[in-house]
Each structure stands twice: as structure tokens, then as C-alpha cells.
Design a protein around this ligand. Structure first.
Ligand code: GAR
Length: 195
């Protein structure tokens, strides 16, 4: 079995898409064994609870010291015997020690067509604002491996969506999110099949 830990910070609709795919049996033998949230108020925690998935909150509030925070995340990942880490709306940058420990076993969903509109400060609604400000004709979603850079790791899967006339950052975000919910489970499916 491929044991997945999903790391979240917010609403968790991508977490939900992964849980739904696992429960529907379309992720093969993969299942979500742990959810780590950087934020105690994340609705994603309720989604985990509703599906009987254990969760833990490891954020700046709980662990102000960055090294202790990294240690707590590593302990949680190891304790759950994690094979694959999925960043699904995780709004912190992972420290190098964590990336080294799980090299090529951490993937992230990003709400744009990388390498465009990625990097430090490009997260959440800011990405969609930047895409509209640049007058792009299309946007999309990207699943990629996480390396030491920000949004620079090898791309696994992308899906394009059009930017429509009259789009606001919110309407564009909603269209991109639908694509995210398709490609995140699909990327996991591909990675775990190759095991
Ligand atoms: C998603 O759009 C995800 O791509 C984005 O945050 C949203 C989380 O939604 N992630 C980033 O911007 C990371 N750089 P969710 O909590 O409903 O899955």
C-alpha cells in the first residue's frame, strides 16, 4: 500500500478530491493515512475527521522555532510510515531537511501553468490576480515534484483552462480549482502505479 500524508493550510478541496478518489478505488492501493495542517482553523481538518483520517496541527503557533517545527513534521511523517507527501494548498515553504528526507516523494499542486506565475509570494488568489493583470489568454493547474526551490521542481501533469472575458480572480480561481481536482488524483495514480 502507498501511504499518503497530505499537508494542508486551508479549505482542503484538493484533499477532498484525493480522499474521494481513494475511497472510489481509483487510486489503486494508495490511501491517505495522515493530514498535517499548518493552521488549527483549517476546514481541511474537518474533512479529515469526517473520513476517519488522523490529523495533526503543526504550524508557527504550535512550534515557533523553525527547527522544532521541521522536527515535528518529520516525526509525524515517519510515524505514519509515509511513502508519498502531497502538498494540497499548503501555504508554507518546506525546509531543505524535509525535502532531502523525502526526495522525489513530495508533490505539490499549484494554481497556474508553471513555470509561469510561480515562486515566492505566488500562492492562492495572488496567482490569479497576477494572471489577469498580465492579460493571459489561459491559465491552469500544475502538479510537480517539490525541490529546494519554490515551485521549480519537475512537472508531472498540467491542465489548461481559458481565461474568460470578465473573469475576476475568484471566477478564474474556481475554474482552475476544478482542473486541480482532476489532475492531483491523476498524478498520484500515475506515481503509485509506477511503484
Ligand atoms: C489551491 O488552489 C492550490 O493550488 C493553492 O491553494 C488552493 C488551496 O485550495 N495552492 C497554492 O497556492 C500553493 N502555492 P484547497 O485548500 O481548497 O485545496
Amino acid at each position: 500500500m502507498t501511504r499518503i500524508t497530505v499537508m494542508v493550510s486551508g479549505g482542503g478541496t484538493n484533499l477532498q478530491a484525493v480522499i474521494d478518489a481513494a475511497e472510489a478505488g481509483t487510486l489503486g492501493d494508495a490511501s491517505v493515512v495522515l493530514v498535517i495542517s499548518s493552521n488549527a482553523g483549517a476546514y481541511a481538518l474537518e474533512r479529515a475527521a469526517r473520513h476517519g483520517i488522523p490529523s495533526v496541527v503543526i504550524g508557527r503557533e504550535e512550534y515557533p522555532d523553525p527547527e522544532e517545527r521541521t522536527g515535528a513534521i518529520l516525526d509525524a511523517l515517519k510515524g505514519a510510515e509515509t511513502d508519498l507527501v502531497v502538498l494540497a494548498g499548503y501555504m508554507s515553504v518546506l525546509p531543505p531537511a524535509l525535502i532531502r528526507a523525502y526526495r522525489d516523494r513530495i508533490i505539490n499542486i499549484h494554481p497556474a501553468l508553471l513555470p509561469k506565475f510561480g515562486g515566492m509570494g505566488m500562492y492562492g488568489i495572488r496567482v490569479h490576480r497576477a494572471v489577469l493583470a498580465a492579460g493571459e489568454a489561459e491559465s491552469g493547474a500544475t502538479v510537480h515534484f517539490v525541490d529546494e526551490g519554490v515551485d521549480t521542481g519537475r512537472i508531472i501533469l498540467q491542465e489548461r483552462v481559458p481565461v474568460l472575458e470578465g473573469d475576476s480572480p475568484e471566477t478564474l480561481a474556481a475554474r482552475v480549482l476544478e482542473a486541480e481536482h482532476r489532475i492531483l488524483p491523476e498524478a498520484i495514480r500515475r506515481l503509485t502505479k509506477a511503484d
